[in-house]
Structures are given as C-alpha cells and as structure tokens.
Design a protein around this ligand. Structure first.
Ligand code: ASP
Length: 425
C-alpha cells in the first residue's frame, strides 16, 4: 500500500504534527470555553453544537471500520499463517506477554499507591443510592467466546467472538483448496480497500481530534481534579512510568527492539486513544500504525491488536489498583496481603472481561471492590475525574498492545526493519 503524503523537503507539516496541533488547539479551546462557563450560546452552538457534531462524526467513522477491518484482516492474517502450530505459538506468546505486563502494571500501581498514600486524611460522603453495575463473571466470558451466530457477533461488535470466528474461517480457507484460494483473494482485496478507508479517515484526524478534545475539556475542566489531586497525579505518574519504563525494558531486553524509535512511531495511535478513550475505536489506527509504521506483518498484528484492545489493559489495571488502595485509605482500612494479591489477580483477570470502551474500567472496578469487601458506593467519588484519566490510560492500553505486537512480530521474523527505521509519516 502506498504511503500517505509525507514531507519531501521538511517544509510541509507531517500528519502527526498536524494531529498534535489539532490536539493542542482543541485542549486550549476546551479550557477557554470551560473558563467562560460553557453555557448559553457557547454551549448550544459550540460544545454541544459544532464541536459535538464534528467530533461525533469523526468518532463514528472510526467505529464504523472496526468490525469489518478486524474480521477481514484477521481472516487474511490467519490464512497467511503457515501452519496451525504457529498460530498456537503466536497465541501463547502474546497471551503470556499481555498477562505478564498487566501483572507488572498492577503491582507497580499497588506498590506506589501504598507509598504515596493518595487517600490518607480524606473522607467522603458516599451516595448510598448508587447502583453498582454488574460485571460479567469470567466463566461467562469464557463460555461465550464461541459465537452461536456469527452474524450476531458481527452485528453486536463482540470482539472476542469475532476473533474466534475470523480465525476459524481463515484456518479452513487454507484447507479448502481452490475454493479457499478464491475466497481468500476476495478477502485480501477487501483488506486493501478497508485499509485505504482507514488511511482516509486518519487524514481527517487533525479536525476530528480538535473537535473531540475541545468538547471534552469544555465539559470537564480541571476543577474536579483539585480535591482528588493526589489520586489523579498518582495514577497519571504510574501510567507514564509504566509506559516509558516497563515497555522500554520489555522492548529492549525481550524484543531487542529500539524503544525510542518505537515511541516515535506509535504516537499517532496514542493520540487517537487519548482522544477517543476507546481502545476499540482505535483498533483501525493501531493496526495501521503497527503495520505501516512499525513494520509488523499483518499475519501477526491482525490477531494481536484486536485481541489486545479487548483483553490487554495495563492502564486500566493501574487505575483499578490505585483506586482500590485510595478507597481503602479514605476509609482508614488497611488491606491485608491476601486482599492485595486478590486485587492483583482480579485486575489482571478483569481486564479480559473489560470492553475497550470509555469508562469500562470503572465497571470492572466494582467487581474488584466487592471481592475485597470495599463499598462500591465509593465509585462516584472517582467519576468526576475519570474521564481525563480514561484518556491517559487508554493511550497506555494501546501502547502495550503495540509494543507486545512488535515483540512477538520480531520473534517470529515478521517485522520489517526498513519500515520500522524509516521516517515517520
Ligand atoms: N477506556 C479504556 C479502553 O478503551 C477502558 C477503561 O479503562 O475504561 O481501553
């Protein structure tokens, strides 16, 4: 696939630079609107008017591509695997990496939160009428992994079911002789076409990102952060630490991959995740970035990226770890070692059942709190600032997906160094 326009003489802005400018201007405008009160005509025509419409159109055009892209690209990816054993090996490696990094993330979160004590000295009024949403039990997630009806799975966008169906379909294509080859050709052509659509939408990102961020910041502002400043900063600090330190160590020492180059190239996908707060909606961009910028072959990324967006959520686990300790501290309860281990185990498992959509992590937090006997009515305290943290943690979530995909890609000899080292778009 040809590259999108790139600067030839350094005078033209790169797409990433344009997106960054859109992001900065959006945040700035949002803050200004918020300081102006975000009411009356400003709200009707601005944040709830033009910005809302443009932002939503952009978000929906991303979401529109997720299901077709994951399905088509994964069918092609599976069919390109040389044998079933290789599929098992790649699956084992990626699952192992996802689980280990999530465990590191939550352990870091609990360790640092215990030292920093973000909740000590704070007490809150709890809203007794808060209805905690129910998190699905892990057994349900496992049993439902096979779709009863693939069309249902596609229509509902059930990612794990789509992954299973696409892989089965891709696998039997390779066993079906001429008929399989004909269908595979069709899927390969479809894959090219859908990827072209992704590139088109990415070109619109500077405007979409601007509108989405302006609206979010107009609505949120920073005032809600103040009373929970220590909690906010603790989560944000651990998120950055994990993204920079843990992933660099994994990339360098397990993957033998240059972390600096990785971070330079992964930025576009991070910005999309930050803007949309949804790993799921970011899948098209993560896939495009991992393949066209980081050089990982589609046969690996088509499987690891959608899987990661669905089950690998290090950023979410970090928030859950700090939130649990925070809530315990505001109630002057000390968690026992067993309870902390429970939090680690639950948060790692919970991320499997958490959908990659905004605020999903908070829903799973209820399961963790219940398990260690803390009141779920404490969750509304965190709601006010969760939107901003969600943006940060979603960026970390997809960074983890991309980093682990590179490690597996490289270990399988499916990473193109020329693409990885060439200039960013
Ligand atoms: N918004 C996150 C994601 O899509 C999930 C969460 O932590 O709420 O990855």
């Amino acid at each position: 696939m040809s590259e999108p326009e790139s600067p030839s003489n350094g005078k033209k802005l790169t797409l990433t630079a344009k997106i960054l400018i859109g992001m900065a201007l959006g945040i700035l405008l949002g803050i200004v609107l918020n300081l102006m009160g975000n009411e009356g005509a400003i709200r009707t025509w601005g944040s709830d008017g033009v910005l809302h419409v443009v932002g939503t159109l952009f978000l929906r055009s991303l979401q529109l591509m997720v299901v077709p892209l994951v399905f088509v690209s994964l069918v092609c990816g599976t069919a390109a695997m040389e044998d079933v054993r290789k599929l098992g090996r790649v699956g084992g490696k990626i699952m192992g990496l996802y689980l280990v990094t999530t465990t590191v993330a939550i352990t870091l979160a609990i360790g640092i939160a215990l030292m920093v004590k973000p909740g000590s000295g704070l007490t809150f009024e709890m809203e007794e009428e808060f209805q905690a949403p129910n998190a699905p039990p892990i057994t349900d997630v496992l049993m439902q992994i096979i779709p009863r009806n693939p069309i249902d799975a596609l229509a509902e966008g059930n990612m794990l079911q789509i992954i299973v169906f696409a892989m089965l379909f891709g696998l039997v294509l390779t066993m079906s002789g001429e008929a399989g080859k004909t269908i595979l050709k069709l899927f390969e052509a479809l894959n090219e076409v859908v990827m072209r659509l992704v590139l088109l939408i990415i070109q619109l990102a500077p405007y979409g990102v601007f509108a989405l961020l302006a609206r979010t910041f107009a609505d949120e502002g920073f005032s809600a952060i103040l009373p929970l400043g220590k909690y906010f900063l603790t989560v944000a600090f651990i998120l950055v630490l994990h993204a920079v330190l843990t992933y660099s160590v994994f990339l360098k020492f397990i993957g033998n991959i240059n972390p600096l180059q990785f971070f330079k190239k992964v930025r576009t996908a991070q910005i999309f995740a930050f803007t949309t707060s949804s790993s799921n909606a970011t899948i098209p961009v993560t896939l495009e970035t991992v393949e066209e910028e980081l050089g990982v072959d589609n046969s690996i990324s088509s499987f690891t990226v959608p899987l990661g967006a669905t089950i690998n959520m290090d950023g979410t686990a970090i928030m859950q770890g700090v939130a649990t300790i925070f809530i315990a501290q505001t109630m002057t309860t000390d968690l026992s070692i067993t309870q902390m281990l429970t939090v680690i185990l639950m948060a790692t498992l919970a991320s499997i059942g958490t959908a990659g959509v905004p605020s999903a992590g908070l829903i799973m937090l209820t399961a963790i709190l219940t398990q260690v006997g803390l009141p779920v009515v404490a969750i509304p305290i965190l709601l006010g600032i969760d939107r901003l943290l969600d943006m940060l943690r979603t960026s970390v979530n997809i960074t983890g997906d991309a980093a682990m995909t590179c490690i597996v890609g490289k270990s399988e000899g499916k990473m193109d160094e020329t693409i990885f080292t060439r200039r960013r778009r």
